[in-house]
Design a protein around this ligand. Structure first.
Ligand SMILES: [Ca+2]
Length: 526
């Protein structure tokens, strides 16, 4: 009798325990994986239209979540977007509007670069601080770039940061040895993106039984453009067997805000002029922009990132926590289709093109360092298991300050979302077609490394986007619904719309105390 009782009772007790277990699990806070890629362009992913780079794991994530087609970075360079992700505030609100430490002033500038905070201010609420208060373990693996103080990440709420290196690029590149503190041990042939993933997997294992916030912030695909040799070999073969892309490999791009803007047809004609051969800053501050996705080193870097997210997703499945983990895949700015002219006299030789130009953002105009869509529109996928939509595309414009209120609302932690500039994306993840916000703003009071173009700001309002240039108050107006390529400037045709958007942009700058540029006393008119 005793034995028979236990023969029935044990399976019942086990199943009751499992119900208890799964109920308990439901109530536990979700884990958060914020997977940030550096400088990954909007078109650099298979599900966003790349046919050369292979990204099956990123595409798989898109099938498990919501893919945003109008997702923006708050800035076209690294640090400001990163600051906005962690705080929910615009870079201009934080006075952190350029990459750190920032670009020095040159005599060609009519205006002086605004002075910015040299680290994310320690008084700010941040995602890791907020989550830590609710019992989360918090870790960042990879790039920080929000202050060079090595205690910076800990002071902002991270329990752990590997490596102890806070600049914007991997110190010695992507191949071991890396020369970065915290990653001294390794093996020959090891690749940085793989290694950071190894560290992240270890962290997930260690924290599988408690809520964790994993910020896997890859240095990839920022330059130096160095792929893993086996993958480079694969893409060399793929390129050889591919049909040659149509059209010129590079086009000339005029200086935005130039008083006498050159038409596309005029710029295209100049390509044949000897004065415009090679790669440097040309007359009227024009530069060349890459048009084809054919850089095999870069393709290998993208595939490594794809492998990294695949390994993370597999680990979550293996530990049976994939339905208990929010996953966000995002990039901090557009692809580097324009070379870096931090040294304005730089001349790039033909054999260095694949080191200076990573990708093409076509059909988007411009690239990293520009306020055109190529600089600020990026891939974004959010997987919110059980509650959020799957395999869905969302066209509503969203931006990086939105992550902070979104993550906190998803986790049910809403007591620290006051005074943020972002808006929770929860309604969009649940299938609504709009959120309570119809304008997104940009403010870049600096000269960019990627050309000599005028500093400026921008506003997206519905389908319209207005760009304003601070050297001369010139504007450009585009309707992105009809003209995602930003080729048809409507500013002369629609003066009322220009006035309306200019006023909104100005009012926003005033409301957040945005710093404006002053005349450069050392300006030399060449
Ligand atoms: Ca970046």
């Amino acid at each position: 009798m005793f034995n028979r009782y236990f023969a029935f009772a044990i399976p019942i007790l086990i199943s009751l325990a499992c119900v208890q277990c799964s109920n308990h699990k439901e109530e536990e806070p979700l884990n958060v994986v914020l997977f940030l890629v550096d400088d990954l362009g909007w078109k650099d992913v298979g599900c966003y239209g790349s046919t050369f780079y292979e990204t099956p794991n990123i595409d798989r994530l898109a099938k498990e979540g919501v893919r945003f087609t109008n997702a923006y970075a708050a800035c076209h360079v690294c640090s400001p977007t990163r600051a906005s992700i962690l705080t929910g505030k615009y870079p201009a609100t934080l006075n952190l509007t350029d990459w750190l430490p920032g670009r020095r002033d040159f005599p060609f500038q009519k205006l002086k670069n605004v002075e910015i905070n040299q680290h994310l201010p320690y008084g700010e609420n941040t995602l890791p601080k907020a989550l830590k208060e609710y019992g989360y373990s918090t870790a960042i693996f990879g790039k920080w770039h929000l202050g060079e103080d090595s205690a910076s990440t800990v002071r902002h709420g991270f329990d752990q940061h590997i490596p102890d290196w806070n600049r914007g690029w991997p110190k010695e590149g992507y191949h071991f040895p890396y020369g970065m503190k915290g990653l001294e041990e390794g093996v020959k042939g090891e690749y940085l993106t793989d290694r950071l993933t190894d560290e992240a997997l270890k962290y997930i294992e260690q924290n599988k039984n408690n809520p964790f916030f994993l910020y896997l912030s890859h240095f990839a695909v920022h330059d130096p453009i160095e792929g893993r040799p086996d993958l480079v070999k694969k893409y060399r073969k793929k390129l050889k067997n591919s049909v040659s892309a149509k059209g010129p490999p590079y086009i000339l791009e005029g200086k935005p805000g130039f008083e006498n803007p050159q038409l596309r047809t005029e710029l295209d004609c100049l390509l044949d002029d000897e004065k415009y051969s090679g790669f440097k800053i040309f007359p009227n501050q024009t530069v060349k922009i890459k048009q084809h996705q054919d850089n095999i080193q870069f393709a290998a870097m993208v595939e490594s990132v794809n492998k990294s997210i695949g390994r993370i997703l597999n680990k979550l499945e293996e530990l049976n926590i994939e339905n208990h983990t929010l996953v966000i895949f995002y990039s901090d700015n557009g692809g580097m289709s324009a070379a870096n002219f931090g040294d304005p006299d730089r001349v790039i030789s033909n054999d260095e093109l694949d080191k200076a130009f990573s990708t093409s953002n076509v059909p988007l105009r411009g690239g990293k360092g520009w306020l055109y869509e190529g600089g600020i529109r990026v891939p974004l996928i959010i997987k919110w298991p059980n509650k959020g939509l799957k395999a869905t595309v969302c066209d509503v414009p969203v931006t990086s300050p939105d992550f902070y209120p979104t993550i906190l609302e998803i986790l049910g932690i809403q007591d620290q979302t006051e005074n943020t500039d972002g808006v929770s994306l929860v309604p969009l993840l649940k299938g609504k077609k709009e959120i309570n916000r119809n304008t997104i703003f940009w403010h870049f009071p600096h000269y960019s490394n990627h050309g000599k173009q005028s500093p400026g700001g921008a506003i997206r309002y519905g389908d319209y986007k207005l760009l304003e240039y601070y050297e001369n108050s010139q504007v450009q107006l585009f309707n992105l619904k009809d003209d995602i390529e930003e080729q048809y400037d409507l500013s002369e045709l629609e003066p009322d719309k220009v006035k309306e958007l200019k006023t909104m942009l100005n009012n926003w700058r005033v409301s957040i105390g945005a710093k404006m540029m002053e005349k450069n006393p050392d300006y030399e008119d060449f």
